[in-house]
Write a protein that binds this ligand. Structure first.
Ligand code: ASP
Length: 325
C-alpha cells in the first residue's frame, strides 16, 4: 500500500523560478512537476507560506508544527515540508524539540532555483517523499533531506552559502537515499530532547559573536536596549576577552540571563553552568542556544534555575550530562 503523505510548502529557493517575472511555485506546481515520476506516495499538497526562509519567525514554526501535527492526527503517515535553506536548521531544531510523534516530519529545500541547470529541488523533494514514506523513518524524530542525505533535525547545520552539499552534521548524516530510491539508515540519534510546546514564542533573546579584543560595550548596549536574555558566541570551548568576560559576569549575576556558546561550528562548550552564573550552551550552536533560551523563557519566564537546568543537560554529544564544571 502506498503511504499517505502531506507536503506543506513554505517557500525558499525550491519555490523560486529561474526567470525574472516568473511566478513562484506553489503546492499545485510541485504536484504537477512530480506527476510523471513514480508514485512513491499518495500525496496531499498544502501551501502554508511562500517566503524566503529569513522572513520566518519562531511563531511561524509553532504554527507549522501544529499544521504538521494536524496532518498526522488526520491519518497521514508522514509530512514533508519544503523550506528555504537559509534558516532551515532553526526550523529543524525547533521541530525536533516539539515533535513527539512516531511518524516522520521531513524538511527539504534547494540550493539552486527551480528550472536552473542542475536544479536540486525536484530531486530533493522526491528523496524527502521517499524517506517520509519509508517505514524505516518511523521513530527517528524530525529529519532533513537534501543532496541524497538524511540528517537528524536536531544536529544539522548549513555550512556553505551556495554549494549543494551544504548541509552537514557533526557526526555525519544518519542515512542516505540512493539512486534506486532505497532508504538506508546507518545510526539512530540517541536521547533526542523534547520540550513542552509553549503557546507563543517571541521572547527577545539577543545573539552576538565575540571577536578578539572586544570588551563589555556590546553586552552593556544589549542591556541598555532592553534585553533580559542573550547568547554570546565565544571562542573555542567558551573563552571571551577578559573585559567582555567581566562585563558578562556582571550581567549574568544582576541583569540578564546569559548563555555562552562556542563560535566553532562543532564541538560546543563544556556543559553546565559556570560559577559566575553564566550558562553554557554545551553542544548547541549559538543560533540553536538562542532558540532553546526563547523556549525556556516562554515556559519558565526568568527562572534562572529552571533555564540553567535546561542547558545543564546539553552535553557535548546531546546526551544527558549533569557534571558541574
Ligand atoms: N533565500 C533562500 C531561503 O529562503 C535560500 C534557499 O532556499 O536556499 O532561505
Amino acid at each position: 500500500m502506498v503511504p499517505k503523505l502531506t507536503v506543506i510548502t513554505t517557500g525558499g529557493t525550491i519555490a523560486t523560478p529561474t526567470g525574472k517575472g516568473e511566478k513562484r511555485l506553489t503546492a499545485t506546481d510541485f504536484a504537477r512537476d512530480l506527476s510523471d515520476s513514480p508514485k512513491w506516495a499518495d500525496v496531499t499538497w498544502k501551501d502554508f507560506l511562500n517566503v524566503p526562509s529569513s522572513s520566518l519567525s519562531p511563531e511561524d514554526v509553532l504554527q507549522l508544527t501544529h499544521l504538521a501535527e494536524e496532518e498526522i492526527q488526520g491519518g497521514a503517515d508522514g509530512v514533508v515540508i519544503t523550506h528555504g535553506t537559509d534558516v532551515l536548521e532553526e526550523t529543524a531544531y525547533l521541530l525536533s524539540l516539539f515533535w513527539t510523534h512516531t511518524q516522520p516530519v521531513i524538511l527539504t529545500g534547494a540550493m539552486r532555483s527551480a528550472g536552473s541547470a542542475g536544479a536540486d529541488g525536484p530531486r530533493n523533494l522526491t528523496a524527502a517523499i521517499v524517506a517520509a514514506g519509508s517505514r524505516k523513518s518511523l521513530g527517528r524524530g524530525p529529519l532533513v533531506v537534501l543532496n541524497d542525505e538524511i540528517h537528524a533535525a536536531s544536529q544539522v547545520t548549513k555550512m556553505h552559502s551556495w554549494a549543494v552539499d551544504t548541509f552537514t552534521s557533526e557526526y555525519g548524516p544518519v542515512g542516505i537515499i540512493n539512486q534506486w530510491n532505497e532508504v538506508h539508515y546507518h545510526r539512530r540519534t540517541e536521547n533526542r530532547e523534547t520540550l513542552p510546546r509553549p503557546s507563543s514564542l517571541n521572547e527577545p533573546v539577543a545573539l552576538i559573536t565575540a571577536g578578539m579584543g572586544m570588551d563589555e560595550t556590546m553586552v552593556d548596549a544589549l542591556i541598555a536596549g532592553g534585553f533580559r536574555a542573550m547568547v554570546i558566541e565565544a571562542a573555542g570551548l567558551g573563552s571571551l576577552p577578559p573585559a567582555m568576560q567581566r562585563g558578562l559576569e556582571r550581567t549574568a549575576l544582576e541583569r540578564a540571563i546569559a548563555v555562552v556558546a562556542s563560535r566553532c561550528t562543532f564541538g560546543g562548550t563544556v556543559a553546565g553552568r559556570s560559577s559566575k552564573g553564566i550558562i553554557r550552551a554545551g553542544s548547541l550552536s549559538g543560533i540553536k542556544a538562542r532558540l532553546k533560551l526563547m523556549v525556556g523563557m516562554s515556559l519558565y519566564g526568568e527562572d534562572r534555575e529552571a533555564i540553567g537546568n535546561l542547558f545543564r543537560q546539553q552535553s557535548w554529544k546531546g546526551e544527558p550530562d549533569d557534571r558541574e564544571r
